[in-house]
Design a protein around this ligand. Sequence first.
Ligand SMILES: [Ca+2]
Ligand SMILES: [Ca+2]
Length: 351
Amino acid sequence: MSFDVSNGTGIQGTRALTVGRKTYKLSASKCGVFSGGDGFALIMVLFITALLSVVSLGFLNSSRWNTLSTHNLKEETLSYYLAVSGYNEAINYLMSDKDASFDLVDGEGNFLVDDETPPVTGKRSTEDGDIEIKIIDEDSRININNVSNTNRLKNLFEYSGIPDDEITGIIDSMKDWIDRENKIHHLAGAEDDYYESLDDPYHAKNTMFSIPEELALVKGMTHEYLYGSGETKPLLPLITTFGARAKININTVSSEVMELLGLDSAQIEAVYKQRNEDIGGFRSLNLIPNEIRRKGLNTIASNNLRIEVTAIAGNSKTAAKIVAVLKRSRSAGGYKFNTVYWRESAENIRS
Ligand SMILES: [Ca+2]
Ligand SMILES: [Ca+2]
């Protein structure tokens, strides 16, 4: 058998197909793929067939995807409502406070409102899923809006490990960030002229910090300083914008904050002893030694509280997280809560 393309172009002309002694003449147009007319039709048929395959495969995939995402949405929703139930539990706990004169963090890190009500904080598994509730006292941290207390900010930045020659610049820039004036800098500070010259320009706020993360916008401050790096300790767990300006609760303060406020190790140990050894913390301001009160540990009750709830329903791949900061105040017959910060997020935890 032989096959001959007569005109060599492969596009038009005739071909001869020889089988045994018989030769069949075939016009190129009948050979299909080489022709411009029928060939084009065949290409179109092939193309449409391919397209239909892709479309139907796509359709199959997309219905599978829809089934999956409906499943994920259901799990996400269940996780979210589990987080909401944890949040409500935390609020109810804060509302049930039977002794407004003090609040405390116990040896396990649980926030206690009084001596009677069992804490709601910690991790646990329920029939609906896993849940973790944290109550963090914002009144146990350094308020970065209190820029007039330069020494405290200096201690904070030194403690975190920021190089000494950068600290004055950061504090001056924080003062400029907050003050209403927008032209005259503190000596090493920055106003609009600096922030507007950045690659991604923005304005100086010229009012108080709303959230602690906002500190990253200030000249000299970096993401590494805020969240920590190999060189520096993270600032975020030490600072607040929601807590009291100058008062820090000695019953809830961390050893890190005590250290940066200048308490020595014996004083820190004495504070923990008072909190943890069945004494239940400081129940009167008079119990706090003067030299410790002068360093800023001058309250025993808290009214600015952060609730963090993470929940995972059943086999969900998505954890729901709620973070809220509440301002608590006394009202007739109980407490009133003002939400000053709220964030919801979903996080993929299993692949
Ligand atoms: Ca209380
Ligand atoms: Ca300013």
